[in-house]
Design a protein around this ligand. Structure first.
Ligand code: NAG
Ligand code: NAG
Ligand code: NAG
Ligand code: NAG
Length: 358
């Protein structure tokens, strides 16, 4: 056996050492092979040159992708349902949602960069509140935007305090309830926010609803995590801007109550309400049935604290998780404030956004 094996090896080695037989004219004759090699080389060289010339002009791969998908009619997104979209983006049973209309796209992009830095962007579902937003987001980032019909009137939805704004924000508890009904954990974020760290480790325990206080007064680091006592208007000032919900009957109950409260106290010229008081009344009225959890102020400060108390910001450096640019109205003012704090990321880091330049 050993001998046979050795012989075979020797034969193989001899074959390798022998020069190729020049005589038989076959397709594999050395001249043909040489010719073939030269042609291959030429083709390869040409390809390399073409690629070398073209690549710098082709930009990033997403441009290539969008040019391929240009043939697909946008109208397919018209039929895209919330349940399809949630199933597409969910990871580990969790979906991160925001609700956005066209004027908010720069904020969406800015927020997304900060979410992507924490590695959670794949879970993001943009609820588009107009068709232009639906198509623009999905063209750049297919599958990550959905529109829940009917689309609100895009013209009137933007001014804080207006009836249009009220109608627009009133859709929020319905969106959240719909996603809970599908069985996912859901994190809601306004897009005038920036993640300074990963918020998920803060959703500890098995509470139904996690939220943040919108007050500006400094609390002790070890403040309780219960619903705080009501303030001057007889209700709390919990922010409807950042909510984490588990898909429990209790969390669904809070959303249903929120919807009811919005219907019971519709917008009026006198009150110029938004959706936040209704959320607070819903928490107040369900508090005895639901496991509520107030997140730490130091990690989730309101804009009234973060942007107005430099002493506090210095004192608590490294402990902030989500920065909310509220306590100020108007797009330009918000952008200016983000810029001054180094949080307007789209100026320098637009390539980190899954949407790229919009
Ligand atoms: C899903 O959960 C597992 C285990 O907890 C974790 O390791 C993983 O990073 C999570 N994936 C995402 C996308 O969050
Ligand atoms: C807001 O919603 C109400 C009730 O659905 C409707 O009557 C009103 O026209 C809407 N207003 C605006 C400005 O969208
Ligand atoms: C709900 O609000 C009422 C009126 O302000 C207050 O008396 C009550 O203590 C609140 N309940 C909870 C659980 O905060
Ligand atoms: C600002 O923060 C400091 C430090 O936490 C605190 O002592 C002070 O009361 C705060 N100022 C205001 C106006 O809340």
């Amino acid at each position: 056996m050993t001998n046979l094996h050795q012989r075979q090896q020797q034969q193989q080695q001899q074959q390798l050492l022998q020069p190729p037989d020049p005589s038989p004219p076959s397709p594999r004759s050395p001249t043909a092979a040489a010719l073939f090699n030269r042609t291959t080389l030429l083709i390869l060289l040409t390809l390399l040159i073409i690629l070398g010339v073209l690549f710098p002009y082709m930009g990033n791969p997403s441009n290539v992708f969008s040019s391929f998908s240009r043939g697909v009619p946008d109208s397919r997104w018209r039929e895209y349902t919330l349940s399809e979209a949630a199933a597409f983006v969910e990871k580990n049973g969790t979906v991160i949602v925001c609700a956005v209309s066209q004027p908010y796209l720069p904020f969406l992009n800015n927020w997304l960069i900060s979410v992507a830095r924490r590695g959670h962007h794949q879970k993001v579902l943009v609820i588009a509140e107009d068709y232009a937003t639906l198509y623009r987001v999905n063209r750049k980032w297919p599958g990550h935007a959905v529109l829940v019909p009917p689309a609100p009137d895009a013209q009137t939805a933007h001014k804080f305090g207006s009836q249009g704004f009220f109608n627009f924000t009133s859709r929020r508890p319905r969106h959240l309830l719909n996603i809970l009904e599908l069985g996912y954990n859901v994190m809601y974020n306004d897009v005038d926010m920036v993640w300074a760290a990963d918020p998920f480790p803060y959703f500890k325990g098995n509470h139904d609803v996690y939220f943040t206080d919108d007050m500006a007064a400094v609390k002790p680091l070890d403040h309780p995590h219960d619903l705080p006592p009501p303030g001057k208007k007889g209700r709390t000032y919990i922010c409807s801007c950042m909510i984490f919900l588990r898909p429990t009957d209790q969390a669904k109950l809070v959303m249903k109550k929120w919807i009811e409260e919005l219907q019971d106290q519709p917008w009026s010229k006198m009150k110029k309400a938004n959706d936040q008081p209704a959320f607070n009344w819903a928490l107040n009225k369900t508090a005895d049935q639901v496991d509520l959890y107030l997140l730490p102020q130091v990690a989730f400060p309101s804009g009234g604290l973060y942007f107005k108390n430099q002493t506090w910001v210095e004192e608590t450096k490294g402990m902030h998780v989500i920065i909310h640019n509220n306590y100020i109205t108007g797009f330009e003012k918000k952008i200016k404030r983000f810029r001054e704090s180094g949080l307007w990321l789209i100026d320098d880091y637009i390539n980190e956004s899954p949407l790229g330049r919009l």
